[in-house]
Design a protein around this ligand. Sequence first.
Ligand code: 13P
Length: 253
Amino acid sequence: MRRKLAAGNWKMNGTNASLAEVQILTRNHPAPSVDLLICPPATLIVQAAALTADSPLEIGAQDCHAAAAGAHTGDISAVMLAEAGARAVILGHSERRQDHDESSALVSAKTQAAWASGLTAVVCLGETLAQREAAQTLDIIADQLDASLPDGATGTNTVIAYEPIWAIGTGLTPSTAQIAEVHDFLRRRLADRFGEDRADTIRLLYGGSVKPSNAMEIFATSNVDGALVGGASLKAADFSPIVKALEDCAATP
Ligand code: 13P
């Protein structure tokens, strides 16, 4: 059985004051029945990791460089993130693919670097609205999955997040049938490549305008093992009900 995962991506939001939200989450969820991950900006990782040292809530990062060290001004390596207290790193988010022109080949190299430092890679995939309207969604997802994931992917070192670009920060979400179509497809494609046993251990998150009001419906969808939440992860008052919905879903046979 895959343990469900509620993950928060704070993106470029959060200053020292935001650490209070992390503290509230540790209090709200002292013994969660699902895995919890918050990915604050890199500047807060050390403090957030210290605050959560005695909590099941884990801290992650939002990107890493593919190299362990070197002349890459402004970049941060997976080695450094692990040392700072991160346990996971989001890779290939559409905002990085778009803003920084990141290719799936680069995401794959970063995933290798994350694994080498013991970090779980949260590898993101997703189609644009134009691609969906042109009925290219599954082709795009297949290409991104194949090229972004190195051969060594397992349920321990890798999580996949399906984030349709048109659903991110827009309040729009795909229908549950559309989410199920992509997640079922991802599961089958992972099985074709890695075999069913290994594919069955890899968690598939949905991301894009997840809120307390739609979380339960999304979590009840086929092959959805949790969520990667942006805006609604910034406040514990929004994220905690999402965690609760995932726990309720995990408890439903
Ligand atoms: P929103 O939840 O704000 O739509 O963002 C989703 C996302 O991009 C998470 O990585």
